[in-house]
Design a protein around this ligand. Structure first.
Ligand SMILES: [Mn+2]
Length: 277
């Protein structure tokens, strides 16, 4: 298992500005703390100088662990289940571009908020819409060797797919290019317990977001990280644990805090489970 962190690229800020000032410093620090990946949350995949981003990331010895898409929903209101077909088409166009970007390191594209909200629709109706949109992306995923990552989100953030069980139903009806993204913060709210949720998701886990029960970085809350890492290894997961926490007391401190909490735990289990490193 490897550490990663989510980095949200700015929407309206000059991209050059962000790259010049903050990002290299963050990448450098993360690499120093033993992180191996970075997950970019990209508001508009057509407006990002992706080649440059990729080169910069690789310059620091890091890989792109996933591409997250929540800001395309927050910024443009795009969803792949939107009742307005033209908006849905635009969201799918964004998804195809995200998939192309994610192919740089054969990682995954997150299907979180971009899957849309149920609102007054029946569950069956939105499920049908989501499944058909996902199937429209199947060829692109297979051609580019990229996964789609369905992320259950807690009830306060969405009214559709709140837990592992609901996400598994989508995987069952699509294919093995669709995996689960488990987020410890959301699991802590929605699952009976995190261990059982991990065991239930099993081989379908493609990516993991890590944060405490209070959204702080690991070590500043009450989640049992040894338990989490152990059960992820038990089901054969050997991918990224990607930090998605509040940047408190600061982004840099959050990276350090995460590394200090998780590096020893991962190392402890590596001898037993991780034969890839
Ligand atoms: Mn998440």
């Amino acid at each position: 298992m490897k550490l990663s962190f989510v980095y949200v690229l700015p929407v309206k800020t000059e991209f050059k500005y962000a790259i010049k000032d903050e990002l290299p410093e963050v990448l450098n620090l993360a690499a120093e703390f033993g992180f191996k990946g970075v997950e970019y949350n990209i508001p508009n995949p057509f407006e990002v100088d992706f080649e440059r981003l990729l080169r910069l990331t690789e310059d620091y010895g890091l890989r792109i662990s996933a591409i997250s898409t929540g800001s395309a929903y927050l910024e443009y209101g795009l969803t792949i289940t939107h009742p307005d077909f033209s908006i849905r088409e635009k969201a799918l166009k964004f998804m195809r571009k995200y998939i192309e970007h994610a192919s740089a390191h054969n990682s995954g594209v997150v299907v979180g908020l971009i899957r849309g909200r149920r609102n007054d629709r029946a569950v069956e109706e939105i499920a049908e819409s989501l499944i058909s949109s996902i199937k429209m992306l199947e060829d692109h995923c297979l051609n580019y060797n990229v996964f789609l990552l369905i992320e259950p989100l807690n009830r306060y953030e969405t009214d559709y797919i709140n837990n592992v069980e609901e996400a598994l139903r989508i995987v069952e009806q699509t294919g093995n290019y669709v995996k689960l993204l488990l987020d410890t913060f959301h699991m802590n709210i929605e699952e009976r317990n995190i261990r059982d949720a991990i065991l239930r998701a099993g081989r379908n886990i493609g990516h993991v977001h890590i944060a405490e029960n209070n959204r702080l970085p690991p070590g500043l809350g009450s989640i049992g990280w040894k338990n989490v890492v152990h059960h992820l290894y038990r089901v054969g997961f050997n991918g990224y644990l990607s930090l998605e926490a509040l940047p408190r007391p600061s982004f840099k401190e959050a990276l350090k805090q995460t590394a200090e909490t998780l590096n020893p735990i991962i190392k402890g289990f590596q001898v037993e489970y991780d034969h890839s490193s």
